[in-house]
Ligand binder design. Structure first.
Ligand SMILES: [Zn+2]
Length: 231
């Protein structure tokens, strides 16, 4: 199923790259498209080199907290934290050499535009001796996530979760939980669709792989958000 999703995203990306030449923004861009700036700063001349990045889903490395839970907020913070890398400067020509004294470039990613719906794909695997191993730690269920787009707070509410069951990376089973327009939850397991709730979903914390979050006004598209906001 994930392969299908990735294939769909690949096809979308190729369609989008074709459309870029005609300067059209398609529906997927408007709904799922996020823009980031990858910024590399030279340690010698402080030149900032900015590379724009575009993503339809955000791949996050899970950050495991001391209580053994994968914490989405901590995973976000670590994804957007500054790191030091080897690089070369277009302006002054300085290049990091493989010696201890050689200075590295500061690299960080800034959010430029957040999408209406944010798809987070948790990379729940690590390199194993023979094959990739699945990271089995449970994910702390977040019903609300506040992210920064410049100075603006963007409030996201949980809209769906896709769970991957099984301890293997290359096998297992996918189940989706979807928040419906009447705010109830549905569990979709192959052709079986049943009622669910957040308590049921919490029991699946060990299996969360894909998180779908919607901005406050996008929670129920087509309905005025005020009439459906919690009171
Ligand atoms: Zn430089």
């Amino acid at each position: 199923m994930l392969a299908l999703l990735n294939k769909g995203l690949d096809q979308l990306n190729s369609t989008i790259s074709i459309q870029r030449h005609t300067n059209l923004e398609n529906h997927f861009d408007r709904v799922f498209g996020a823009k980031y700036d990858s910024i590399l700063t030279c340690p010698i001349c402080n030149n900032r080199s900015v590379t724009p990045e575009y993503q339809l889903s955000l791949q996050l490395a899970p950050k495991v907290t001391p209580d053994d839970l994968i914490n989405l907020k901590a995973s976000f913070a670590s994804n957007f934290a500054e790191e030091y890398v080897e690089a070369s400067c277009d302006k002054c020509g300085y290049k990091t050499e493989p010696s201890e004294k050689s200075k590295r470039f500061a690299k960080r990613t800034e959010i430029r535009k957040l999408p209406k719906f944010l798809i987070i794909n948790l990379s729940r695997y690590k390199i194993g001796r023979f094959a990739p191993k699945k990271i089995m730690n449970p994910v702390k269920l977040e019903e609300k996530l506040v992210l920064k787009e410049g100075d603006k707070d963007v409030i996201y509410l949980l809209r769906g979760v896709i769970s991957h069951t099984g301890s293997q990376v290359r096998s297992g089973h996918y189940i989706a939980f979807i928040n419906q327009p009447d705010r109830t939850w549905a569990k979709c397991d192959d052709t079986r669709v049943t009622e669910s709730n957040l308590d049921h979903i919490r029991l699946q914390q060990q299996t969360f792989q894909i998180y779908v979050l919607g901005t406050d006004s996008s929670v129920h598209p087509g309905f005025p958000s005020e009439t459906l906001s919690p009171t």
